[in-house]
Design a protein. Structure first.
Length: 467
């Protein structure tokens, strides 16, 4: 499709000529995220300055029935920010302020383009803690975290984005501006529109402000890297740690290839790996009393020593801790640097992790693809990277999707679901029938119609093509 000159003129009048772009270079730049190699340029990119300008843009889009895609930091892995029907690419990058840190009520009010790590560091300076920490926290934005209900390494103890969102300012597809809730810790007043927006992937409204809950900052942590000779035993140890009465602040799984590829990618990380080691658990406990943390670490050691493990590495300094976290957070980049790949975001009850990992390997062997697995094992969230390597394009296009469907069927059969934190977006929508009945999907689509009867806001996401 192409946009009429009068529409471009209307949009220019709203945002100003310095914040509207029709050149192909800019459109391509805003037409991709981190989802494989997809590029879907919008016809025009607009960069509004505030909720009122976003409202005016959406009114134009609604009047002319123009597909409009909210675009954040473009770090997503499910294609949620791709303008698959062209139209308007609506970048929220100018809404990038931390408006207020309320130290008395332990709350913060932010705009959507605030980088997650910047927020975490800003509240930490005041002795406060925002726990949500996706691997991309140095580049992803709060608005995208809310849209995808992002998690991260510390979700196992502290929860995911939804657990910290108290209230949202949202521009609806028709251009109306609303607040969805209240700035209170409890709210039993009507339907929970706030939580409906969280995880809605930009299909119901555009988030322009968020009020988030904060916690007091813990002062100490203990971090250990535990090597296992058998990958399935690393998965078995996850549940065993919780059954022993320990709730780690982070519990991450990395299989051997993930470690090896990342060490090659970052040659300045000094971690030695025995040839017989198949997987690692990165385990952190945190709190305010070091003596209690050491007791918890000792209890974890009694659990993992029941399995076949190599020497456990305790991070003694902040530099060592940072190196181990860099190792974990760099896995996705390392895999991407090695090969074309697809990343699936499976999640099961944590006790089912060994069966999930074993099943994934069998499915990969059946369909002829290698997988590299890692993820937030403490909450059952396993990222599955399917490697193209020297596979033919035909095999990649025809056989791998069949294998992915079987992986999701396995995941659901283990009482899990399709995505723990990446969302459905564009690339997973045609697998939704595995997790939901037609009744479920029609209920969801009916909610979409109430908010967006003209289907202008982020169309082509979440719902299967045939629905």
């Amino acid at each position: 499709m192409s946009l009429q000159p009068e529409i471009i003129q209307k949009l220019t009048a709203i945002v100003g000529e310095n914040y509207i772009f029709t050149d192909i270079e800019t459109r391509n730049h805003y037409g991709h995220d981190e989802t494989e190699d997809y590029v879907f340029p919008p016809n025009v990119v607009v960069k509004p300055a505030n909720a009122q300008e976003i409202a005016a843009v959406l009114k134009v889009a609604n009047d002319y029935k123009i597909p409009t895609t909210p675009i954040g930091a473009r770090t997503g892995l499910s294609g949620g920010a791709l303008s698959i029907y062209e139209g308007i690419g609506l970048s929220t990058e100018r809404l990038n302020k931390i408006i207020d840190i309320d130290e008395l009520n332990l709350q913060v009010t932010v705009e959507p383009a605030v980088i997650t790590q910047v927020l975490r560091e800003a509240v930490a300076e005041k002795g406060l803690f925002y726990p949500v920490d996706p691997s991309s926290m140095g580049s992803c934005w709060i608005g995208g975290n809310i849209a995808e209900n992002s998690g991260g390494a510390r979700a196992v103890k502290y929860g995911v984005t939804k657990d910290y969102v108290l209230n949202l300012e949202v521009v609806l597809p028709n251009g109306e501006i609303i607040w969805t809730g209240a700035n209170t810790l409890k709210n039993s007043t009507g339907y929970n529109l706030t939580q409906l927006m969280v995880g809605s992937e930009g299909t119901l409204g555009v988030i322009t402000k968020a009020v988030l809950k904060l916690l007091p900052q813990n002062s100490h942590n203990v971090l250990m890297l535990v090597p296992f000779y058998k990958a399935h035993e690393a998965c078995e140890a996850v549940s065993a740690i919780f059954r022993a009465g320990i709730v780690p602040s982070a519990l991450e799984f990395m299989e051997r290839d993930a470690i090896d590829w990342t060490l090659k990618y970052h040659d300045n990380i000094n971690v030695s790996v025995n040839d017989n080691v198949q997987a690692h658990l990165l385990i952190e406990v945190d709190g305010n009393y070091p003596e209690i943390l050491m007791l918890e670490a000792e209890k974890i050691m009694t659990v993992v020593e029941q399995f076949e493990i190599d020497e456990v590495l305790f991070a003694d300094t902040e530099d060592q801790k940072n190196a181990l976290w860099k190792l974990r957070r760099s896995v996705a980049e390392a895999v991407k640097s090695n090969s074309v790949y697809k990343e699936e975001d499976t999640v099961v009850p944590r006790y089912m992790l060994p069966e999930l990992l074993s099943g994934i390997k069998k499915i990969g062997a059946k369909y002829g693809f290698q997988t590299v697995c890692y993820g937030h094992a403490g909450d059952g969230n396993l990222h599955v990277n399917i490697i193209k390597g020297d596979m033919t394009d035909d095999h990649w296009k025809t056989q791998v999707p069949l294998g992915i469907r079987e992986i999701f069927e396995l995941t659901v059969s283990l009482k899990g679901t399709l995505s723990g934190e990446h969302g459905i977006g564009f690339v997973q929508k045609n697998f939704m029938d595995i997790a939901f009945t037609r009744t479920h999907l029609e209920l969801m689509e009916s909610i979409k119609r109430v908010f967006d009867p003209n289907n202008v806001l982020n169309p082509g996401k979440i719902f299967p093509d045939e629905l």
